[in-house]
Design a protein around this ligand. Structure first.
Ligand code: SF4
Length: 331
């Protein structure tokens, strides 16, 4: 099994970037000068020259690429998922953070509107701004989202406008006002990144307060041992699938992804941390996904070296970590 999926991200099929630009917010975004860092920022740095897509959004300096903190809404990419006929997993905003403070609420709503319209896909939304995600998602409705999508139609080409209007009645059972719940969208997985225990303890409770059909936590790049159950009773946190069936609506984590940092200056990653998370997931019936060993892993106290520069080849992993599960839709 190789890693040929979108942007080298093995847990998705496609990336969709209607927003560009971000700013660093916590250690997972990068350490001191030259240490690890945001992959999107590095990519943006390569394309920040005059006339290029990230002009004004990133700069190149002595410390390498850096976000400027500016955000751009890329209108022409808003409806990409509507055009994609084959159902797929779509990672939303791999080159930004949908809940960055400079992304207007109306734009967040329009992006959710597209996710409701193009409902043949499964969307994966990850943020480090868990408080803003909770606040916005808690207060949105699908009607508002669809209206925001259509509003942003103004000023675009007739062909673009026609595609959105055609998609509304045909592509979205949510618009039929059936008995099915309209919100949260059943085809959207909402999640937070929790690169260390502090970020887990801060962001995961906010995620659990966020209306979501499914919830994910990306523990990547994992920077230390993270214990999901350190502050939460297991029966109210990562609940077994059976418990979910018995208690629909109980806020739980459905999916955990882990991996080590890659690239020059990658910070250490102990495979024991990955095993600890796997044990938690096994015990609770939570889907577990080991993404990569990274470029600076250890196993049993010894360096864990791989031929693949980022440790992404499952054939090189210990057998007990060759686990790449996806969450199941809740009944
Ligand atoms: S939040 Fe994500 S995209 Fe933004 S700087 Fe941090 S790692 Fe990069």
């Amino acid at each position: 099994m190789g890693d040929q999926r979108a942007g080298g991200i093995s847990w998705t099929d496609e990336t969709w970037n209607p927003i560009r630009g971000c700013s660093r917010v916590s250690p997972g975004c990068g350490g001191a000068a030259g240490v690890g860092g945001c992959y999107a920022e590095k990519v943006a740095g390569r394309f920040c020259g005059p006339g290029l897509p990230y002009e004004g959004l990133a700069t190149i300096g002595k410390q390498g690429a850096r976000w400027t903190g500016e955000i751009a809404f890329v209108r022409e990419h808003l409806e990409d998922p509507i055009r994609w006929a084959r159902p797929r997993r779509i990672f939303v905003n791999s080159m930004s953070d949908l809940f960055h403070e400079k992304v207007p609420r109306s734009v967040v709503a329009a992006i959710f509107g597209v996710m409701g319209i193009a409902c043949h896909h499964t969307y994966q939304v990850l943020t480090k701004r868990a408080d803003r995600m909770r606040d916005i998602v808690s207060s949105l409705t699908l009607d508002e989202c669809i209206a925001a999508t259509v509003d942003l139609d103004a000023g675009v080409t007739r062909a673009q406008s026609k595609r959105i209007k055609e998609a509304l009645p045909a592509g979205s059972p949510f618009l039929a006002r059936s008995e099915a719940p309209l919100w949260p969208l059943p085809n959207v997985i909402l999640g937070v990144t929790a690169e260390d225990q502090q970020r887990w303890d801060e962001r995961v409770p906010l995620l659990l307060e966020t209306p979501a059909a499914l919830r994910m936590v990306s523990v990547e790049p994992q920077l230390e041992l993270v214990r999901p159950d350190a502050t939460w009773a297991p029966d109210t946190f990562i609940a077994p699938i059976d418990a979910l069936k018995a208690a629909p609506g109980l806020p739980v984590i459905d999916w955990i992804i882990t991996g080590g940092e890659s690239g020059p200056g990658a910070r250490p990653y102990d495979l024991a941390w990955a095993r600890a998370l796997r044990e938690q997931c096994d015990a609770s019936g939570t889907a577990y996904f080991f993404k990569q060993a990274g470029s600076n892993a250890t196993d049993g106290g010894a360096p864990f070296r791989t031929k693949h520069h980022a440790g992404k080849d499952p054939a090189e992993w210990p057998a007990d970590l060759r686990v790449q599960q996806f969450p199941e839709a809740r009944p």
